[in-house]
Ligand binder design. Structure first.
Ligand SMILES: [Fe+2]
Ligand SMILES: [Fe+2]
Length: 295
């Protein structure tokens, strides 16, 4: 397999071009929202994600757009600005969806521009690596069980794939920045990156504990009393089968991009290590169609 030198001009061009070439142009306001029956509507309203998603996507858009404005390398600038545009489109889609279906969203403060856009982008990007890995698995559970209207599944699928492109970009961009620093400064970069990744992971653990307890800050953790206990809606699955599904989906979503690019390793690697020690029970959900389809 042809290799590429991480941090080279060629590497920089490759991860930016892959990102720009795989962008799908469409306008959020052109989305046609499907009519939902009462069950479908309640399922959508009951998802515990809307407050958090609206707030996070809007804040991420500002963070990424700020770096897009300040970046001086034209090739990086185009790709980062495009990613900022996609994050803004995610925020717009959530705003349109929640208003169309009458889902209440708690008002949030206007996100401010970051003081250090480079490190803010890096921190946010690693947060996305964590969130996306588990979101890929959760989304596929919803897809297999046809929990939502097929048009909404198709729309969410596209958003998931955009997040896959974002995390592919961030790990390559971070490695590119690191490789272009003088050797003596790399340990400082590594320490700062590790600190940011740890902070993001800690944030998620805190959020998950609040959700599992069903007592998350009501504006962020739970919505309409939906907690992690709602997994019953997706059938009986074990932690092992869920993690296997996340791994499989993560690989599937990233497999379509140029193999010379780096892939996220931290979360998948940690999960693989965890799977080695988790007890085995019954056959899992590690494949795309795992028998979860309704009869
Ligand atoms: Fe997003
Ligand atoms: Fe993203």
């Amino acid at each position: 397999m042809e290799r590429i030198k991480i941090g080279s001009e060629e590497h920089g061009r490759l991860f930016c071009n892959v990102f720009v070439d795989t962008h799908r142009p469409f306008r959020a306001q052109d989305i046609r929202w499907p009519e939902l029956d009462e069950v479908g509507l309640q399922r959508l309203k009951g998802l515990p994600v809307w407050n958090e998603a609206a707030r996070t996507e809007a804040a991420t858009a500002v963070k990424v757009q700020t770096l897009g404005e300040e970046e001086t390398d034209p090739i990086l600038k185009e790709a980062i600005a495009l990613q900022g545009y996609e994050e803004g489109r995610h925020a717009e889609i959530i705003a349109l969806l929640t208003s169309h279906y009458g889902i209440p969203v708690a008002p949030a403060e206007e996100p401010g521009r970051p003081k250090n856009p480079t490190w803010t982008f890096l921190r946010t990007g690693y947060g996305e690596c964590l969130d996306s890995f588990f979101a890929f698995g959760l989304f596929d559970l919803g897809r297999q069980t046809r929990f939502f209207h097929e048009d909404l599944i198709a729309l969410f699928d596209q958003i998931m794939q955009e997040e896959a492109r974002h995390i592919l970009f961030i790990v390559n961009w971070a490695a590119y920045l690191r490789a272009r620093r003088p050797l003596v400064l790399r340990p400082v970069f590594d320490a700062r990156r590790a600190w940011n990744v740890t902070a993001q992971a800690f944030d998620r653990v805190k959020g998950a504990m609040q959700m599992a307890g069903g007592n998350g800050a009501s504006s962020e953790g739970t919505q309409d009393g939906f907690t992690l206990k709602s997994h019953t809606a997706f059938g009986d699955f074990t932690l092992r089968s869920f993690l296997e599904l996340c791994l499989a989906e993560n690989e599937r979503r990233l497999a379509i991009y140029d193999t010379r690019l780096l892939r996220p390793t931290l979360v998948p690697g940690t999960v693989r290590a965890l799977l080695r020690v988790l007890p085995r029970k019954k056959p899992g959900l590690g494949t795309r169609d795992s028998g979860l389809e309704p009869k």
